[in-house]
Ligand binder design. Structure first.
Ligand SMILES: *[C@@H]1O[C@H](CO)[C@@H](O)[C@H](O)[C@H]1NC(C)=O
Length: 321
């Protein structure tokens, strides 16, 4: 500023001229620039903002995770654990299917709080197919109606009671995975399945009485299965051990799970509509890495609870567990 006043003086002391207004304008401009510079300097001194999340990768195929669930003491714990695993995965849509007469507050609340893109579905297992108290799990395969309900929704037959109601628009790139609520999933598994063209497969840990079960791979192709039990099933794979491309499922509208399938054949009842075993796509480093485990949560014992309830002092039923 000082400089300008000097030169203005110098100029005006020479031949008289009308140069004062332009000089004033220039000085004002400079003052504005000084102001802007100090603003920018102040901005630079401020700590940098938190790094922005990478933009949602629009080009990624969507992973549709189908989870049947039913009311029991550990239901919320299992669903919280699973939903927080799924939160780590981009471009994921959770299809949670309750085995109930209608949507329950526990599941509706959990979905709303999850932050996930979800569709809430409900279908009650018919009485004839329900397990009776103490019956082993293999008498009737569990979750059949619920998985088929999710397939119906994907095929545009509606039925959503919460969340996203519209099915994937035609041409959607996606993959469908059947993820029960009691297994343990590595986030890496989801990237393995994302680019499935037909049906992809991988090993599952702690299942079938073995450390792991899974496809045997030679030269990048599935040539057999490591399993101890009925190895001659068409597809001796666990529910958690495969994913199906969405376009393939939509191309085969009759492909669904058969609730009358014999023990251990439920997976085959779907897959035999969809793929030839030799065309299975091995994932997880040619099926040498275990990224999902068939964990089982122990049924909690409620002896003390029952005792307190008899005395009218049970845990507050208004508190959701
Ligand atoms: C799987 O095996 C094929 C054939 O041996 C090989 O070309 C490919 O690199 C392997 N893939 C991985 C991820 O190890």
């Amino acid at each position: 500023m000082q400089r300008f006043r000097d030169s203005a003086t110098a100029l005006s002391s020479g031949q008289p001229c009308d140069c004062l207004p332009p000089l004033r304008a220039a000085a004002e401009q400079l003052r504005q620039k000084d102001l802007r510079i100090s603003q920018l300097q102040a901005e630079l001194r401020r700590p940098p903002p938190a790094p922005a999340q990478p933009p949602e990768p629009e080009a990624l195929p969507t992973i549709y995770v189908v989870t049947p669930t039913y009311a029991r003491l550990v239901q919320k714990a299992e669903l919280v654990r699973l939903s927080q695993t799924l939160s780590l995965v981009p471009r994921l849509h959770w299809l949670l299917v309750e085995d109930a007469e209608g949507p329950t507050p526990l599941v509706s609340g959990l979905l709303a709080a999850s932050g996930l893109l979800f569709t809430h579905l409900v279908v009650l297992t018919p009485k004839a197919q329900r397990l009776r108290e103490g019956e082993p799990g293999w008498v009737h395969p569990r979750g059949v109606e619920q998985r088929n309900k999710a397939l119906d929704w994907l095929r545009g037959r509606g039925g959503a009671v919460g969340g996203e109601k519209d099915p994937p628009p035609p041409g959607t790139q996606g993959v469908v995975y059947f993820a029960d609520d009691d297994n343990t999933y590595s986030r890496e598994l989801f990237e393995e399945m994302r680019w499935t063209r037909g049906v992809s497969v991988w090993p599952v840990g702690l299942v079938g009485g073995l450390r792991f079960e899974g496809p045997q791979v030679q030269d990048g192709r599935v040539v057999g299965f490591h399993t101890a039990w009925e190895p001659n099933r068409p597809f001796p794979v666990d529910m958690a051990g495969f994913a199906v491309a969405l376009p393939l499922l939509l191309d085969k509208p009759n492909a669904q799970f058969d609730s009358t399938a014999p023990r251990g054949h439920l997976e085959s009842s779907l897959l035999s509509h969809l793929v030839d075993p030799k065309d299975l796509e091995p994932r997880a480093a040619n099926c040498t890495r275990v990224l999902v485990w068939h964990t089982r949560t122990e049924k909690p014992k409620m002896k003390q609870e029952e005792q307190l309830q008899r005395q009218g002092r049970g845990s507050d039923p208004a508190i959701e567990v």
